[in-house]
Design a protein around this ligand. Structure first.
Ligand code: URA
Length: 234
């Protein structure tokens, strides 16, 4: 298998980013620096990035998708003994949630043991879009409120970026944002006069919740992980 592909499969980086690591001279095969991303390698080769050994292809990091039920917290540990998203996913590795959902928010949350991927998915500079379905009070939601959400809303911690917003019922909105401030969707809706009654995350980057039942989880396929690593296409 090509070296860059092997690195991508092992969860080191996307294929393109892996090529850059190779070009930069940061990858060794059998102790020798290799600068050709197309070099043919196998599981028996001792490959390292910045001197750190890389596991065999396919035995790298894992990513799970979970449909978080309400009342479950999205930290790795809860000081009040409440159930966490980590408790719901049976995995042999120690997993961490990618970002946060409020305890009362339901829907798509990712868990992984890949710190670099988690960073890239949550750091605001990568602008990963997240889509939510909000049921709000005080229906119907009228055009001026939609317009304000689309332009960005002034909140106490500053103005938000414009949201993509679609009305899917008189009191039901689909919103896409790419920031991740605390209780952001709830605060944005409240600022335009519509308190959120229930909030569900439907999509994270290229991934959709689909038909996963509440509390259900599954491991992402290598192709899904690759799409996540490739970053948002906007
Ligand atoms: N925005 C919120 O207000 N809450 C969440 O859990 C996620 C986004």
């Amino acid at each position: 298998m090509r070296l860059a592909k092997h690195l991508a499969h092992a969860g080191v980086a996307s294929r393109r980013a892996a090529e850059q690591l190779v070009f930069a001279g940061r990858v060794t095969v059998g102790g020798e620096v290799v600068r050709d991303p197309a070099r043919d390698v196998g599981d028996a080769d001792a490959i390292a990035v910045d001197g750190r050994p890389v596991g065999a292809a396919g035995h790298g990091r894992v990513v799970y998708i979970l449909n978080k039920p309400a009342g479950v917290v999205s930290t790795a540990h809860d000081t009040h003994g409440r159930r966490t998203v980590v408790d719901l996913v049976k995995a042999e590795r120690r997993l961490y949630p990618v970002g946060r959902l409020d305890a009362d928010t339901t829907g798509l949350i990712l868990l992984t043991d890949d710190g670099e991927l988690a960073y890239r998915l949550t750091h605001p500079s990568f602008e990963v879009p997240k889509t939510y379905r909000a049921v709000v009070r005080n229906p119907p939601v009228r055009e001026p409120a939609l317009r304000r959400l689309r332009q960005g809303v002034e909140l106490e911690d500053g103005r938000t970026s414009p949201a993509k917003v679609r009305r899917i019922g008189p009191g039901e909105l689909e919103l896409t944002i790419h920031e991740g401030r605390k209780r952001q969707v709830r605060r944005m809706c409240e600022a335009v006069g519509h308190r959120v009654e229930s909030l569900e995350r439907l999509a994270f980057g290229p991934l959709r919740l689909g038909t996963l039942p509440p509390g259900g989880h599954r491991r992402l396929t290598p192709a899904e992980v690759e799409r996540l690593r490739a970053g948002p296409r906007r």
